[in-house]
Write a protein that binds this ligand. Structure first.
Ligand code: HEC
Length: 106
């Protein structure tokens, strides 16, 4: 029993950092989203321009979407507009990404 508890304690320590947090969202954004949306969300790079992605640093653009719509776009994608579906991201990751997107507006 003692050994089992010790094992559980180790698991908690090892896996706790995997839980989504604002830092993770910034990391995911950089790794998976920035190539199209831009590191700052302005989509001002080649890919963002080519795909006609809205500038997320503009409050007016962000006001068009409810959080639920942003979550849907991330997890299900927008096939008609070439936004890929990120089905592998957990609900917590998607939540954190939406929060991250909201922080990009100036
Ligand atoms: C291959 C390029 C590409 C990648 C990679 C990408 N997106 Fe998108 N994303 C798009 C396009 C294109 C749209 C549609 C833009 C439009 O016309 O509204 C879009 C739309 C969205 C929307 C809906 C709001 C909107 O602009 O219509 C959200 C939210 C979003 N992306 C988040 C993300 C997140 C978070 C990631 C990373 C996990 C990501 N995207 C990765 C291309 C991309």
């Amino acid at each position: 029993m003692k050994r089992l508890l010790a094992g559980l304690a180790v698991c908690t320590v090892v896996f706790a950092p995997l839980a989504a947090s604002a830092d993770d969202a910034a990391g995911i954004w950089k790794a998976k989203c920035a190539k199209c949306h831009g590191a700052d969300g302005s989509a001002s790079s080649g890919m963002g321009k080519k795909l006609g992605i809205p500038d997320y640093t503009k409050k007016d653009n962000q006001a068009k979407w409810k959080d639920a719509e942003l979550k849907d776009a991330i997890s299900k994608g927008i096939p008609a507009k070439k936004m890929p579906a990120f089905e592998d991201l957990s609900a917590a990751d998607v939540d954190a990404l939406v929060k991250h997107i909201r922080t990009l507006a100036k």
